[in-house]
Design a protein around this ligand. Sequence first.
Ligand code: SIN
Length: 484
Amino acid sequence: MTFPADAQTQNLIDGRWIAADDGASIEVADPATDEVIASVPSVGEAETRRAIDAAHAAFGPWAARPAGERAKLVARLAELMHRDADRLAAIMTAEQGKPLAEAKGEINYAAAFLEWAAGEAPRMYGETIPANTADKRILVMRQPVGVCAIITPWNFPAAMITRKLGPALAAGCTTVIKPSELTPLSALAIGELAIEAGLPSGTVNIVTGPPQGIGDAFFGDERVRKLSFTGSTPVGKLLVRNSSENLLRLSMELGGHAPFIVFDDADLDRAVAGAVACKFRNAGQTCICANRFYVQAGIYDAFVERFSAAVSQLKVGRGTDEGVAIGPLINDGAIEKVRDHVEDARSKGASIPVGGDMAKIDGLADRFWTPTVIDGMTPDMRCATEETFGPVAPIARFEKDDEAIAAANDTPFGLAAYFYTNNATRLMRTAEALEYGIIGANDAAPSTAQAPFGGVKQSGFGREGGKYVMDEYTSVKYVSWGLV
Ligand code: SIN
């Protein structure tokens, strides 16, 4: 399916589709071609305040609905996403670049967060606690936090929204969503389906525009009670500072710098397949994708050879073309960062058995990078210390387990870490020693709606998925009941 000409391009406020007050707009371009595919409103503080008004007005009635009713509407939105998966995938590939099959996979992944949250809504259990005196009872209940501001990135234009929207709505919160200016069309398409699903006006509002005005509205309004953000660590820190005025509840899913360790006793076939899948998902533009590899000396040469052979098979091209595994990077800045990391490693003595340069494709923009393996990463290389966010796999050799674990932990980030071993004791010791929120032990694809996704250290805080996610959108209220 090609990009649908009737894709929604207006903002959603209080159940109505609106333009910016002053008519301003932002162009959305296909990163593979630079072709402008649509324009969306460039709204600011005033429009966002109206979205908050709508979310605030909708909150009381929505929170008062029985959890089962809220769950049905959230689940209906998931059904509609499955129904329209091809259309949503076409929109995503056009604005983000990822291959169509991967985009469709993301739509199903995104719907799973809604399904999971719908299942959790009726299970927002409270508690009774034995009181300190005979004439009292202690009750604990969970209540929705209120209006939630949701700020999402361009790398997963659908799933990062539903991962927050699903539990927020299921818990009884209402939302104002600000998607990335680079990928607003997927968000607006989800907004259309939210209306079709029957979600009441004001429960889902979507505003597009530059961060400043929208952020000013979010941070300047006491009716906003919660901010959930996925994006870079520097932006996350800024948002944490800005949210201090009104002491917003926060969920922060920030940057990563994932290590991928392969021990001598690993199953080499599985490790190579896992390494390719983990590193090159979304062309390496994923917070949890492997950013640096540590391979034990006894298996090093075999791993580099087989991994390089597998990487050389990955087809680069436009996401709409058959068999493409690696689409364009999101913008010129992304290409520059990848180039800097590769050139830095080359200048410091690494060898590059595969890739190492841009992929020039006739008729397409200069935004494709050939999947690259860097053999001989050393700690002074930028790729060893910074998130590359591109299709580059640097590999270092290690001798002793402790060496790899120390290198893996030697970073301010703590989102995801991976390792492969067939020794159960080594597996448990390594899982315990790695300072990360998510561990893939013989598994390169840990993301799922059933599990708690989130980081430690400067990768943020809060958990999305699993039963834990409902805690992010609810407050605990304690009732001390004196018997009369
Ligand atoms: C991310 O890159 O932040 C999300 C990745 C995932 O959900 O697997």
